[in-house]
Design a protein. Structure first.
Length: 367
């Protein structure tokens, strides 16, 4: 009987997703860094005993390490917006986690009827194009021109999956992967609902405008920011509601924040972009936010409720309702153990929510 052949690429994927260095993995399996590096480069073939040890250390089934990649995430598919100080190792871990999560999502998609993907592809060049793209997306999703009550639900209704990764994503602003079932990873370290909603709208903008394009540069990030601003604060409604006066009306701006669930900083920027305030007023407004300590935490941030993703938890609940342990068996079918998915994607496979309504079997109602 032939021994299984370990895939060095799969080994590295599992290791990086767990945030382990070669030295740390070596300590777990009793092997040197050099030896493991040679295995990952497929310069050496490990014994069956070593494959079993690696599987146990990485909390995956042997089949995960001995299969070929089921999913390849190219740079053009991965819209990765990291902070300037984000180490390369952190960026690699987030991408690895997202790849693992997306692989499991594909398996979920074969078991339950998730909302169909209805994210349009719209090419843009000018600022006007971006404004029209935002208006078109609202029209396609029948959102009208009023405030969006739940941006996370809008993205999930359009067929994307929204999630967050604990521990690592605090060093990353946001991430989206343009797959058959798009994935948006949000930053859990941003406690403000307004900022989180803007990040999700930003990633939706990437998925709409930058399909097949490499992003992360100042130009494409600026386009995605403009899309998020136009999507959350439609031009016509904003021009009608923004309080105009010789001096900035902070009372009026914060009233808009509560209504539209968009930060005061983003409202200022939108007003500047639409020429409702001049450069001096915009600069004065930003100085005020800085001096009053509102750059990281604004007034009323405490009372705006954070949005929670619903799609995956509902899908797992639907699967688990068929038979207790079905979600765990589904994970094992792609070589992943529940504890591995808990570690890399914050999914509690063994204790899925007890939901009778199984909303995932139809489009999540409302927006």
């Amino acid at each position: 009987m032939n021994e299984p052949i370990l895939s060095g690429e799969r080994l590295r994927l599992a290791r990086v997703a767990l945030g382990l260095t070669l030295e740390q993995l070596g300590e777990r399996v009793g092997a040197s860094r050099q030896y493991l590096n040679q295995i990952e480069k497929e310069q050496k073939s490990p014994t069956m005993e070593m494959i079993e040890a690696l599987s146990a250390a990485l909390i995956v089934d042997r089949s995960f390490l001995c299969s070929r990649p089921a999913l390849e995430v190219s740079a053009e598919r991965c819209h990765f917006r990291k902070q300037r100080t984000t180490p390369i190792s952190v960026a690699a871990q987030v991408t690895a986690r997202a790849t693992v999560f997306a692989e499991f999502l594909r398996r979920i998609d074969t078991e339950v009827s998730l909302p169909p993907v209805s994210i349009p592809t719209i090419a843009v060049e000018t600022t006007r194009d971006i404004e029209e793209a935002a208006e078109q997306a609202r029209s396609i999703w029948r959102l009208g021109t009023g405030p969006i009550s739940n941006m996370t639900r809008v993205a999930e209704n359009a067929g994307a999956v929204v999630t967050f990764f604990g521990g690592v994503s605090e060093r990353v602003d946001a991430l989206s992967i343009d797959l058959d079932r798009p994935l948006i990873v949000r930053n859990e370290a941003k406690p403000a609902a307004c900022r989180m909603r803007f990040d999700i709208a930003h990633e939706v903008g990437h998925l709409i405008m930058h399909r097949g394009l490499q992003t992360g540069d100042k130009f494409t990030e600026g386009q995605a920011n403009r899309f998020a601003s136009a999507f959350l604060l439609p031009r016509g409604a904003f021009i009608h509601e923004f309080p105009r006066s010789r001096f900035l009306s902070w009372e009026g701006i914060f009233e808009m924040k509560l209504k539209w669930k968009v930060s005061a900083a983003a409202i200022l920027r939108r007003a500047y972009d639409l020429r409702l305030i001049d450069a001096d007023q915009y600069r004065t407004g930003n100085i005020h936010l800085t001096k009053t300590g509102q750059r990281k935490k604004e007034r009323f941030d405490d009372i705006l409720k954070l949005e929670e993703p619903e799609l995956v938890s509902s899908a797992l609940a639907a699967i688990e309702e068929v038979s207790i342990g079905s979600a765990e068996r589904l994970a094992l079918s792609v070589g992943m153990k529940g504890s591995f998915l808990s570690a890399v994607a914050d999914l509690n496979i063994s204790e899925v929510p007890d939901q009778k309504n199984v909303a995932v079997l139809r489009r999540i109602e409302g927006s």
